[in-house]
Design a protein around this ligand. Sequence first.
Ligand code: NAD
Ligand code: IPM
Ligand code: MN
Length: 353
Amino acid sequence: MSKKIAVLPGDGIGPEIMAQALKVLRAMPELDFVMEEAPIGGAGFDAAGDPLPEKTLKLAREADAVLLGAVGGPQYDKLPRDKRPERGLLRIRKELNLFANLRPALLYPELAEASTLKPEVVSGLDIMIVRELTGDVYFGQPRGIEVRNGERVGFNTMIYAESEVRRVARVAFDIAMKRGKRLCSVEKANVLECSELWKEVVIEVAKDYPEVGLSHMYVDNAAMQLVRAPKQFDVMVTGNIFGDILSDAASMLSGSIGMLPSASLDQNNKGMYEPIHGSAPDIAGKDMANPLATILSVAMMLRYTFSDEANASRIEAAVRKVLAQGLRTADIYTAGTKKISCSAMGDAVVAAL
Ligand code: NAD
Ligand code: IPM
Ligand code: MN
């Protein structure tokens, strides 16, 4: 039976990068996927008055996997909070219970010059950031903006239940076992109770993984170490907000945020796959976005949801080949390479397949 992929292009550059990912999927007909598209984010609001329309959620639930472009745009920023595109994205993550977000920061050797860091600092880089995705200050209650003592106050709640920490820690330890067997847990336990519990639970889980070398780092230091000496890391595990910030920082180690894919998984490896970047309103509609993070997200989908390592590697090899040919979108362009458009990059990956 063919497998169903829910395709959610979203906003801004979302449709442009998704079109390239779909080209790649269509170039592999042996995969026998049925693709069905639905609106999310601002597009969901425009179509159905809701950033996560009922039909979109239903499709995502039925599908074997979800591919997402990006959501958001300045034209939606003044909408009531629950109608904003980002809320649609958070809701679909929560509804599908996608608690483990895998963000691999990997430097393709050809892109050593594209990184803003010195080539010797980043060459050979291969970090897996495991970001918790359905808890933390993103979802904690109470939250809001209200008047207290005659002035407005804004507040959110940073909160983790030990079960939430335990399950994402297990995912991270399992990944570490398949890689270099080193895991760094990142928190702010010197200040936050929430982090104190996080650290305690990670240490408890570690008892089941005696082969994994566990270390702990405060998030401020981790941000510094990521740009100072990123190759010290193998797998990192951290909460929702710290992971959001650290993964954007780590993306520059790989040359551009346009290079970093992600997998958001539930307990059964059902997943949603998306680049870590946003809708890039500044370059939307110009056919200049880098589609490789989205194309690499397709590879992650094959690997994690469909256990198809061969075809996942095939896509990654095609990306590597295109980079070796010297083809670059604007964000990864350096002197001596050839600058091409988003759609031309999609075509080049298909040709390389
Ligand atoms: P962004 O990631 O959209 O863009 C940051 C910078 O990176 C911009 O200069 C952009 O042009 C560049 N960039 C991003 N992706 C690129 C690509 N594929 N190729 C080349 N350049 C790329 O972040 P932002 O500007 O802070 O946010 C813009 C909108 O996107 C906001 O509405 C935000 O909420 C939303 N957002 C959505 C997601 C998501 O859907 N997962 C993630 C982050 C931000
Ligand atoms: C990401 C984005 C989202 C997040 C926003 C758009 C809700 O920044 O996927 O990294 O903060 O998780
Ligand atoms: Mn982010």
